[in-house]
Design a protein around this ligand. Sequence first.
Ligand code: PLP
Length: 398
Amino acid sequence: MVGAEVVKGRGLGLSALAPRVVQSEIRAMTMESDRVGGVNLAQGVCDTEVPSVVAEAAKAAIDEGHNIYTRLDGIPRLRRAIAEKTERMQGLVVDPEREVLVTSGATGAFHAVALALFDPGDEVLLFEPFYGYHVGTLRSMRVVPVAVELEMGSWALDLDRVRAAITPKTRAIVVNTPSNPAGKVFTRAELEGLAEIAREHDLFILTDEIYEHFVYGEAKHISPAAIEGMRERTIIMSGYSKTFSVTGWRIGYVIADAKWLGAIGYFSDLLYVCAPAPFQHGVAAGIERLGRTFYAGLALEHESKREMLVGALRDAGLDPYVPDGAYYILASTAGLGDVLEGENAAQRARSLLKKTGVAAVAGSAFFRTGKGEDLLRFCFAKKDEDLEEACRRLRSLK
Ligand code: PLP
């Protein structure tokens, strides 16, 4: 049209959030490790064996034609299996039709839950050291993560600190038990304390229980949903990436009151449509067929890997905080003097890789700016031969 003014928008460019995005230290160290042929204890890839019933059932599902979209909340068989195992292990009675949603990993679960429950500007408490994806996911939705410090080393929870962090904008508390990176397993007393606060301030509890089967010694996994009166306000997120060593399959789930689950399912559908169909069958077979012996064996196997790495870290002059659960060890570099070069944890992680060929992640990735700089995180969910090689290399540091 002659003379009509062309309306211009904001033009080409990134969103306000995008320039603040930094590559995760975990991925960065994985790339560095691959470049130099190192043993990668940086990423929680979990490259132990996939149970054969799980792998075989997934392969059979492909052959049998289970290759198309499933219902957005997952195949009935998998939802039933998840509900049954939750009752068997946690004593929670769950309706597989209305209270279980199969998701694209626990990561997809957290994303869909946050979209369904929070608005921009809402505040959500999480415990420091924290899992970076929780923080990043909330920020990506303009939700404000508020870190509440755990006692350094003992990882004890101070309920007064939780109370002090609550404002009128607080909507939820994120619990990760057993936790990444500290391996903290929340005790019943701690969860009861949190439950009281959640009820008093009318908050949700979001609980990421992806490491539920990785608990050692006397520690016992308890879901916050199992605390009396907490079912309605607790959203359980978990999955099979770690339990069945299938991080690439992307099978997770949410258990929540039907009041919330519809909206959570809506967002999960928008983001992922459904979880991969044949892998839903594989995981369902695993849950149905593997019993207590499997889970007890998994914990024992990882407990012995933990011992192996703790010993090597000590011999290397690093000071490990021995975890009660999950499969990471935070270790202090403070006693090493100038054996490792660098001013901060990221530089020291690179110096360790250069000197030993073992990749770890800078502890600072799990804390607010300026903290965790004397820590490195090591993952021990590795095949024994790789872990042994990593331990041999670490011992050469001294
Ligand atoms: N939640 C925590 C605490 C994790 O440490 C991880 C992986 O490292 C995940 C979730 C990812 O789980 P998924 O593979 O099911 O997305």
